[in-house]
Design a protein around this ligand. Sequence first.
Ligand SMILES: NC(=O)c1ccc[n+]([C@@H]2O[C@H](COP(=O)([O-])OP(=O)(O)OC[C@H]3O[C@@H](n4cnc5c(N)ncnc54)[C@H](OP(=O)(O)O)[C@@H]3O)[C@@H](O)[C@H]2O)c1
Length: 299
Amino acid sequence: MSTPRITGKARLAGVLGHPVAHSLSPVLHNYWLERLGVDGAYVPLPVAPDQFVTAVRGLQAAGFRGANVTIPHKEAAFAIADEVAPMARVAGSVNTLVFGEDGRIRGSSTDGFGFLASLEAEGIDIGAVRDRGAALLLGAGGAARSIAAALMERGFSVIVTNRTATRARELVETLSQAWRDHAAGAMPALSTLPWDHPAGVPADVSLLVNTTSLGMAGGPDASWAPDLTGAADHLIVADIVYVPCETPLLEAAATRGLTAIGGLGMLLHQARPGFRAWFGAEAEVDAATVAYVSAVLKR
Ligand SMILES: NC(=O)c1ccc[n+]([C@@H]2O[C@H](COP(=O)([O-])OP(=O)(O)OC[C@H]3O[C@@H](n4cnc5c(N)ncnc54)[C@H](OP(=O)(O)O)[C@@H]3O)[C@@H](O)[C@H]2O)c1
């Protein structure tokens, strides 16, 4: 008989959501645990909003190392954390909770890290992209905020454009205030652009990021792609939508000869900091991981 992987000493973590059945996190973390031979388990935790605090306290009492948090618990996770990392404060979001042995809960937001790591994994020099121009974010929702905060931390000027212009302006105001309250160093430039800007992507933009649900299978417009004709030849185009892996935006970028990065890498990389904190091992996003999760997504 083979050696059991999960023993009485197993390290435990999970994902709190409502619903949580769609979450890829159990698939990904258990894949890494199995591959690395770690004595640990990661479980889905369907928890209704009014049970969130009870559930978190129960997980702490049961010896869990921590948890990921997804919709609708991200604000409650922010509130329950005893310590929140500065960039999570700027992002206004917590998706990873680590339970300390001293009983304290540390919260962080790993989406922005995951986004930048997914670019670096494709060989992109983030500093060089920043030095060539601004980042243009399409969308002003939760993902846009996390990515904008991470880009600001790396010194990018950030331009936000959104179908609902008031939300773009609100995002810029909230980020500016949060940066002043929680971040160190000079604040990079933050501005907005009309959604129906006639010239398409301005030539002084070096990074275009779609954070809307446009282009997503089953989303508001699965065939959507913006006009890239006026864009600079060095423009990097990133789409955080990951279903399908090849969105119409990425296809348009490739047709135009631009570097195009899909959203699956962000999804995988954002999981690494939690895995390290809970299970004490380094998870790798390699070709085998991408192939495994892609196959699950296609089922
Ligand atoms: N790769 C990853 O790891 C990752 C992580 C998080 C999210 N995502 C993906 O990112 C997308 C956004 O997630 P989120 O959590 O930020 O969602 P959200 O907070 O609900 O924001 C949705 C955004 O999409 C825009 N939008 C929706 N329908 C539109 C339409 N018909 N035309 C133009 N804009 C439209 C919204 O604009 P309005 O303000 O005008 O409504 C808003 O800016 C989703 O596709 C999600 O799957 C990927």
